[in-house]
Design a binder for this molecule. Sequence first.
Ligand SMILES: [Zn+2]
Ligand SMILES: [Zn+2]
Length: 458
Amino acid sequence: MKVINLNPDTDIGASAWFVEIDGHRLLMDAGVHPKLDGRESLPLYHAIEKEEVDAIALSHCHHDHVGSLPVAMRYFPKAHVFMTDLSYFIVERVLHNSVNVMTRQREELGIKEYPLYTHDEVDDIAATFQAYKCSREIEWAAFHKSRTGLPSPTLEFYDAGHALGAAGIMVRGKKETLFYTGDVCFHDQTILKAARFEDVKADVLIMETTRGAMAPKPNFTREAEIDRLGAAIKQALERGGSVMIPVFALGRTQEILAMLALLMKAGKLKRQSIYIGGLGRVFTEIYDLEAHRTHRNLTNLRLNEALDLTVLDKNTIEGMKLNSRRIFVVTAGMMTEKTPAHDLAIRMMGDKKHAIFFVGYADPDSPGGRLKKARRGETFIFSAGAGEVTKNCQVEDFDLSAHANREELLDFVSKVNPRTVILGHGDAPARAWFEEQIRARWPKIKIHQPQPGKVIEA
Ligand SMILES: [Zn+2]
Ligand SMILES: [Zn+2]
C-alpha cells in the first residue's frame, strides 16, 4: 500500500493522509494548520491532484483534522465523505464557524485569500456526508469502478475517546490492513470514556505522537489534578481575581465544564455563573443531547442544567469588569489572535490578582505557548496584534489532556503488532522519542517519520 502525509509541516500542523490500497484511494482527514494563514495552512492537495480519490474519511471534527474539507472536495468532487454518527452532528457547525472566522480575518488582518470556502459551499457538500456508527464495515470504494478488479476495501470507525465523535479508522484491503489512530485518549476523561481500540491488529499503523516528549509525572492522578485546579480557582476568586481557562470549543470546553459542575456539587467551589463562547455553547448542547448515545461517564449530567452558563460575545467581553471574580472557559486553547481567550488575556495579564489556567497543549510558538513560557514580571511579545505585554497574573498548567500518554501508545503498538509504524501529529522531539523506543523494543518494525508530500511504500 502507498501512504502520503499531506501535512504541509513536520509539526502537528494539518492532518491529511492519502492511502492507496488495492487500486483504490482514500483521504483520511482534511485539516488546516492552526499556526499558518491562508493557503499555506492547507494540506498538500496538489501533490495528489491527479489521483482519483474514492472516499474521504474523517477521524474527528477538530480544525486540524477537518478545517479544509470543502477545499479537498474541490479537488475530489466525486469522493464520498464518511464520518461517525456523532461527528455528523458537529461537522457543519465547525465548517460554518470557520467561514465566519476566516471572513473576520480577511477584514481585520487583511488576508486576501480568506475565506478559503463559503457558507454555500459548506451547505452543498454537507448533502453528501454519510454517517456510520462504530463497528460497521463500510465498502468505501464500492461506488467506483475498480481499476484492479479487486473488491472495495472497507473502513471501520473505532471510538477514540478524544472528543465527541472522535474515531480511529481501520482500513481493510484484500491482503493488508491499516489503522489510523486519529487523536486518541486511552484514559477516561471526566465525560468521555477511554478509547475502545482493544482488538485492533494491523499491518500498518499511523499513530499520533502529541505527548511523545512528555515524561509521565510520578504519582500523577487525574483526580488529584482536578482537585488542584479547583483549589487554584477558589484561591484566585478569593483574592478578588477572575479566572480564565483557554480551551477548544469541542471537547475541552465540555470536559472542563463537567469538572466545574462536579467541584461545585462537592462544595469545593461556590456556585456561580460561568462564561463560555458561542461555539462552546453549541457543542455543549450537542454533548447534552447525545449523552445516551455516547460512550461516556455521567450519562445523566446535563451541563446546561447543572451550570449557570452565560454566552459571551465580543462586545460583552470588551465592556466586562474583571474585578468581580468571574470564571471564563473560552476559546481558543492556544490563544490565537482574534479569539476571546487572546483578548481577555491581554486585559488580565498585567494584574497579579487574575489567573490563567492551561489545561491542554499550547504550541510554544502560539500566544498561549509564549505566555506559559514567560516568567512572572517579564515583558514579552504576546502576539503580532497585542505586541509587548507584561505578565503579572498567575499562570499555571494542569495536565488534563485528551491525548494518550506515550507509554499507553507504546503498549498499543505492541498489541497492534504492525510491520510498519508511521509517526504523525507530533513535533520532532515527540516523534524521535517514539522512534527510539520502538526501535529498541521491536527492532523488526519499520518506522517512518514521513516528510510532507513524500510517498511511503508501507
Ligand atoms: Zn483533536
Ligand atoms: Zn489533532
